[in-house]
Design a protein around this ligand. Structure first.
Ligand SMILES: Nc1nc2c(c(=O)[nH]1)N[C@H]1C(S)=C(S)[C@@H](COP(=O)(O)O)O[C@H]1N2
Ligand SMILES: [Mo]
Length: 300
């Protein structure tokens, strides 16, 4: 089935996005090779990218249901414009910032990253975003800040999954150590494949932390808070014996109910077989030093 852009987004925001595209992103859409040539990142993989159809029809976004196609079917109820993000806690410049100010189109970089879900499937996704570090530096972290906590929108009217509960204490929450948040691999994404982020992928702004299991990459963010205490995170709150705060991709530390040694690349087909999971999802050169001396079987 061929998916049209107008199918993955409600009519009104489709129109808003047309305006957005007219305002700035036209270069990315019209001549992607040219526009992105100057912004090719050394952090991008050259592996085969998953298709737009795969990336936008096989999702985890429990606010819109627990099935893999539920987000594509249901996320049209999310109103992504206007949207602001609160930056709060231990920063010099707390405030509420519009997404377009926080992440102007002119600042977007392409990052083609592997995404490894804790459920042992993976994809390769060409994100558009900005380093989280750039935003945190502007906000001015105070000297005592050690962690960054993130929250998704809480609105059961727009996010019907929040009305059913399902054991989750909404809103969805995630967190990083400040040094993890400042690592150049960590981005806030507002697009993929040269387009505005589809709702089912966490519009209008989501975190991407490619060396950690996908659940760390929180979607549709409304608050970023700097703190001196390790924040509580959704999956850890739900099942602490299975999901930890760190959640680094690690083929040697199995999930209590399944092996993490291998993974299934979405789109490889029924007979595509499985591939070996890489330590830190293949990003060890950039991030292994963050965990020097730590026992990663305990800090899972
Ligand atoms: N708010 C929120 N963020 C979320 C989730 C979610 O259910 N709610 N699911 C996570 C999980 S488990 C994964 S694997 C990724 C999937 O991102 P994708 O659907 O864009 O591939 O989003 C993560 N971010
Ligand atoms: Mo996941």
């Amino acid at each position: 089935m061929k998916l049209k852009w107008s199918d993955v987004t409600p009519e009104q925001s489709y129109l808003d996005r047309r305006k957005f595209i007219a305002a700035g992103a036209i270069a990315l859409l019209g001549t992607p090779a040219l526009a992105l040539a100057g912004k090719t990142s050394r952090y991008s993989t050259v592996e085969k990218q998953n298709t737009f159809e795969e990336i936008t029809n096989y999702n985890n976004f429990y606010e819109f249901g627990t099935g893999k196609t539920d987000p594509a079917s249901n996320a049209g109820s999310l109103k992504t414009s206007p949207w602001s993000v609160r930056i709060e806690g231990m920063v010099d410049h707390p405030g509420s910032y519009g997404v377009e100010d926080l992440v102007p189109d002119s600042a977007l970089e392409e990052r083609i990253y592997r995404l490894r879900c804790v459920e042992a499937w993976s994809m390769v996704i060409p994100w558009l975003g900005v380093p989280l570090a750039a935003i945190l530096k502007k906000a001015g972290p105070q000297s005592g800040a050690k962690y960054v906590a993130f929250q998704t929108l809480l609105d059961p009217k727009q996010m019907p999954g929040q009305a059913y509960g399902g054991g989750i204490d909404w809103p969805y929450r995630e967190g990083l150590r400040l040094d993890e948040a400042m690592n150049p691999l960590t981005i806030l994404a507002t697009g993929l494949y040269g387009r505005v982020l589809p709702n089912q992928n966490g519009a209008p702004i989501r975190l991407v932390v490619p060396w950690k299991y996908g659940f760390k990459s929180i979607k549709s963010i409304v608050a970023i808070s700097l703190t001196d205490k390790q924040p509580r995170t959704t999956w850890q709150m739900l099942q602490p014996s299975e999901y930890g705060f760190y959640a680094n991709v690690n083929p040697q530390v199995d999930h209590p109910r399944w092996s993490q040694a291998t993974e299934r690349r979405i789109g490889s087909g029924l007979f595509g077989g499985r591939q070996e999971t890489l330590m830190f999802n293949g990003y060890g050169d950039e991030v292994a030093s963050l965990y020097a001396g730590m026992n990663l079987a305990k800090a899972y």
